[in-house]
Ligand binder design. Structure first.
Ligand SMILES: O=C(O)CCC(=O)C(=O)O
Ligand SMILES: [Fe+2]
Length: 278
């Protein structure tokens, strides 16, 4: 059997046409459990010193905590995790929006997955010359308060010249319309990059406002635990709030090509050459 990331011509054609691809059973139940168990341990050891993550409120990307998370394992809370008194409304393990952005580099369990044969064969199939994992996020989409992720293209945040970012989104639980699965506009990756997020000294800004999108154009990507969604860097995708009683854990990796593509120094994330290479 070839590795799970080795794509057939038909899969490559689907990806080229639609800008996304679902690979069923990419990770085994044991691999998923190892990552979930490891994250439970990391959360258990977390002392509560986190920040809020919001894709609706741009203020969060202005701070040092966010910038520094590029090279460590930081915890970000759900926007709705806190009551009016400023205290968490529920246990910390049900309050964290995501953990990032260097799990792939600093944690052995996430490193094993990120640099495993399935992921590396996927980037060989996609004809990457020298792939590098640029960031990793464990996303919780907590029951009841899991925040929405507004429509975006990943190349907005992780720009190379020419663009080369591909997202890998591994479901660590079943993702459904009810608990906030991904939604995407098929073929939207063919319409170019709409805007970039630029880093200033202590801040970031977008070079253009976000276009508005017609909700009717999005299709839901409902997947099972262990399935992988491959996301083209120019694909418009989003996810809605999770108002259900069931969480929707996922691991998201973003990969660029470091040969023939130049990492932009205007990106929020400062790229360390020693990080991320296979
Ligand atoms: O998990 C989500 O809801 C969105 C994740 C995302 O946009 C990404 O991984 O690129
Ligand atoms: Fe994304």
């Amino acid at each position: 059997m070839p590795p799970a990331g080795s794509l057939t011509d038909e899969q490559l054609r689907f990806f080229d046409t639609n800008g996304y691809l679902v690979l069923g059973s990419f990770s085994s139940a044991e691999e998923v459990k190892a990552m979930r168990d490891r994250m439970a341990e990391l959360v258990d050891g977390f002392d509560g010193a986190g920040d809020v993550f919001s894709t609706k409120d741009h203020r969060q990307v202005k701070n040092d905590f966010f910038f520094k998370s590029a090279e460590n394992i930081s915890f970000f809370f759900e926007e709705k995790a806190f009551g009016d008194d400023g205290c968490l409304k529920q246990a910390k393990e049900l309050s964290i929006n995501k953990v990032g952005h260097a799990l792939h580099e600093l944690d052995p369990v996430f490193k094993k997955f990120s640099f495993g044969v399935n992921v590396s064969s996927l980037f060989s199939s996609l004809r990457y010359k020298r792939p590098a994992v640029i960031q990793s996020m464990y996303i919780f989409k907590q029951p009841g308060i899991g925040g929405e992720v507004v429509p975006h293209q990943d190349n907005t945040f992780l720009y190379t010249d020419p663009p080369s970012c591909t997202g890998l989104w591994l479901a660590l639980e079943d993702a459904t319309k009810t608990n906030g699965c991904l939604w995407a506009i098929p073929g939207s990756h063919k319409n170019g990059l709409k805007r970039r997020m630029i880093r200033d000294e202590n801040d970031t800004h977008f070079d253009h406002p976000s276009p508005t999108y017609d909700l009717k154009e999005f299709v839901p990507l409902e997947v099972k635990s262990g399935d992988l969604v491959v996301i083209h860097g120019d694909l418009i995708h989003q996810s809605f709030e999770n108002l259900s009683p069931v969480s929707r854990h996922a691991l998201s990796l973003h990969v660029i090509d470091t040969e023939g593509c130049e990492w932009s120094k205007q990106n929020w994330l400062v790229y360390f050459n020693t990080f991320g290479e296979f």
